[in-house]
Design a protein around this ligand. Structure first.
Ligand code: PEP
Ligand code: MN
Length: 354
């Protein structure tokens, strides 16, 4: 039985295969090339495709599951598919699919996640949960909790980016903070990156994959197709299966820092210096808020408004000149001080209205 329990950033999981299973030949050919590479642990193929508009290719359905059985028999590669409801799960189990994943358009829907959770009760099939299409971490957490409640022990997460209306070079914005937050909340659950759906094209794939490795992710899902430009779904982002090894070899695989490893003294020293600075920053911020409260009391006594726009502009001007001299970016300092300013106003507000 295929297990995802031992996946870590030191032994990352590589998933590849077409966006959609289109024909028996295309599915088998992709799998054979991937198996030959020796680099892939899990084959993927979409059987039911959630398409944005009607009239597009919506997947081959059940016959594709027969092809996946053949893939497994011929290449030895375990298989994975997307499921979006109970009947998909039932068929996945019936055809011995090894891993199922919940797509981004399904993670957003608690009814469907609950339905899937119910339908896997009693089975041991590993479940990968993609992030919801909108940047709502609670939906992602909720999906994990529902699947955990079904008794499933083998859960993984897939970061595939978040949709946006604004023009962007990505199909789905990476918004790294969200998967990192999920990693912090669920340290035992592996986080896999899906650069194909983040990028929507082939050119940015390496950059995104590398970033995920640098952020200690535990694997990659890369779409591959024997004739990418002619793929029936997601043609712009798929790569040739025979190009996967060079794609992976180009990446710099790093070793995650585990306590068991011997770390150099320099590393410990730097880390403790950073901790020290973080502590000091917090103490200074708390001090700043105390002063703001004192100002609040004075403002209350003199009957003046909290927000003194002119003063705020002066602070911002002075601070950003100093910061840029020290090599800090203007945008960062602006965002940082806006947050500090807002917190100060809240503290003053409490004093004035308390
Ligand atoms: C897919 O993996 O082909 C897919 C539809 O992905 P997502 O749910 O991330 O859009
Ligand atoms: Mn796809």
């Amino acid at each position: 039985m295929f297990s995802i329990l031992n996946i870590t950033s030191d032994s990352p999981l590589i998933i590849s295969g077409p966006c959609s299973a289109e024909t028996r030949e295309q599915t088998l050919l992709t799998a054979e090339k991937l198996a030959e590479s020796g680099k892939v642990h899990l084959f993927r193929a979409g059987i039911w495709k959630p398409r944005t508009k009607p009239g597009m290719f919506e997947g081959v359905g059940e016959p594709g599951l027969e092809w996946l059985k053949e893939v497994k028999a011929k290449t030895g590669l375990p298989t994975s598919i997307e499921v979006a409801n109970a009947s998909h799960v039932e068929l996945a189990l019936k055809y011995d699919v090894d891993v199922i994943w919940i797509g981004a358009r399904t993670t957003v829907n608690p009814f469907l996640v609950q339905e899937i959770a119910k339908s896997i009760e009693g089975s041991t099939i590993p479940v990968l949960i993609k992030n919801p299409i909108n940047p709502d971490i609670d939906l992602w957490i909720g999906a994990v909790e529902r699947i955990q409640q079904s008794g499933t022990r083998e859960i993984g997460l897939i970061h595939r980016g978040f949709s946006t209306y604004a023009p962007s070079s990505y199909r789905n914005l990476p918004m790294w903070q969200i998967p990192l937050d999920m990693k912090r909340r669920f340290p035992m659950i592996p986080m896999i990156c899906d650069p194909s759906h983040i990028c929507g094209n082939r050119t940015l794939l390496t950059e995104i994959a590398q970033k995920s490795i640098d952020l200690d992710f535990s694997g990659l899902m890369i779409e591959s197709h024997p004739d990418p430009d002619k793929a029936w779904s997601d043609p712009a982002q798929q790569i040739l299966p025979q190009n996967l090894p060079s794609f992976l070899n180009e990446l710099i695989w790093r070793t995650s820092v585990s306590l068991a490893q011997e770390l150099s003294q320099d590393f410990y020293t730097l880390r403790s210096q950073i901790d020290q600075i973080d502590d000091e920053l917090i103490d200074l911020l708390a001090h700043r808020m105390l002063l703001a409260q004192k100002m609040g009391r004075l403002k209350k006594d003199f009957g003046v408004t909290i927000l003194q726009t002119e003063r705020w502009n002066k602070i911002l001007e002075r601070i950003s000149a100093r910061a840029t001299n020290l090599g800090l970016s203007k945008e960062f300092i602006k965002r940082y001080f806006e947050a500090v300013h807002l917190e100060s106003i809240n503290h003053q507000n409490k004093v004035m209205n308390g």
